[in-house]
Design a protein around this ligand. Structure first.
Ligand code: G3I
Length: 338
């Protein structure tokens, strides 16, 4: 565990000195929420349905985190599954919650090949470009000023660093990436715009490709402001080599980095040794971010084993979060926040 200069707390103290609020130093124990031990944003993916129906889930989220990322509610497949019929209910609810509780929102995600409605995938190139522009403009404008950061493009690279063969790539070519960043920026100039991907925690062909693309886009004046490192890890595959150095080299391009979807899955059932290894992975993820000046956010992909995408996608693995299904902090949590 490494704690960076607690700027968020210092700000609260300054406000108190100015007579606006009374602030007391929190006790140095686990009773200090995660969000208050660092000046980075500390977030979790959330689901609007659990937020509405589970008071204990909502309470832990509210206490521990100061950023929320809608897990599915802002994806194209959710908001416009049928052309022209919008469902903003889940996204609106999460943004309302964030505003009421003074939390920031990471918008997720504008352009992704997955959870993409079939009607979009079927469009010819010219129409796809127009519809994509409308989609981005409509969604980003709806939440203008309320989203701190947007995952504009998600998972556009293969493991070998070539572009993923998506409908956007096939029909619009390499240049679609610069276009979508420009459209998003025009719709909300205040949001920081990210490229986001998995398996780019360490230095490898995929993170090299992200690095090269960001460098090119910055040189072209494209309004990209950050790289999101998802950090879906498994204790079976070792901790990514060169993680901290990779974060640092990305920030050398003049952009922020963020850990956007951290979880560490373990082969089930969990035992003390596996949970200890998991704790060490989470701690390394956390510390690496704390050590890089422009690593501005640490967001977990869900905070409780009660709700996690992992068992559905990786049978035989799970227990990937900081809190167990009863919302008790796991060793991973207490390693970061003893
Ligand atoms: O909402 C429907 C429900 O009506 C239906 O009955 C049910 C039956 O399968 O499906 C429900 O939708 C599911 C949705 O999650 C909401 O629960 C989808 O099937 C399911 O595919 C979807 O999974 C999400 C996945 O992205 C989609 O690819 C996961 O919750 C979500 O955690 C996951 O998140 C991604 C990030 O966006 C990008 N990075 C990787 C990460 C993990 O895969």
């Amino acid at each position: 565990m490494v704690h960076a200069i607690p700027v968020k707390r210092a700000l609260v103290a300054m406000v108190a000195l100015a007579g606006v609020a009374v602030w007391q130093a929190p006790a140095a124990s686990a009773s200090v929420p995660l969000k208050d031990i660092t000046h980075r944003y500390v977030g979790s993916a959330v689901a609007a349905s659990y937020l509405a129906s589970e008071p204990d889930y909502r309470a832990v989220l509210t206490r521990e985190f100061d950023n929320v990322t809608p897990e599915n509610e802002m994806k194209w497949g959710t908001i416009e599954a049928v052309r022209g019929q919008y469902d903003w209910s889940g996204a609106d609810a999460i943004v309302r919650y964030a505003q009421a509780h003074h939390k920031t929102v990471r918008g997720h995600t504008l352009v992704w090949h997955s959870q993409l409605p079939d009607w979009v995938a079927a469009l010819p190139a010219g129409e796809l470009r127009r519809v994509l522009r409308d989609h981005i403009t409509t969604e980003v404008k709806r939440y203008k000023g309320k989203i701190r950061a947007w995952d504009v493009v998600n998972e556009i690279f293969n493991e070998d660093g070539t572009r993923r063969d998506t409908v956007f790539q096939q029909k619009l070519g390499d240049g679609f990436v610069a276009d979508v960043f420009r459209w998003a920026h025009a719709a909300d100039p205040s949001a920081t715009l990210y490229i986001n991907d998995y398996n780019i925690e360490g230095k490898n062909p995929k993170s090299d490709a992200v690095y090269d693309l960001v460098k090119t886009l910055r040189r072209q004046g494209v309004p990209i402001g950050g790289v999101g490192v998802q950090a879906h890890l498994s204790i079976q595959y070792g901790f990514p080599e060169g993680y901290q150095a990779n974060l640092k080299r990305l920030t050398s391009l003049g952009v922020d980095v963020a850990v956007t979807e951290a979880d560490v899955r373990i082969p089930t059932p969990p035992d003390a040794a596996k949970l200890d290894t998991q704790a060490s992975y989470f701690d390394q993820l956390w510390d690496g971010c704390q050590a890089v000046r422009k690593c501005v956010e640490f967001t977990a992909w869900g905070f409780t084993d009660r709700h996690s995408w992992v068992p559905d996608v990786f049978p035989g693995e799970g227990a990937a979060c900081l809190f167990d299904a009863d919302l008790k902090p796991k060793p991973a949590y207490t390693r970061i926040n003893p």
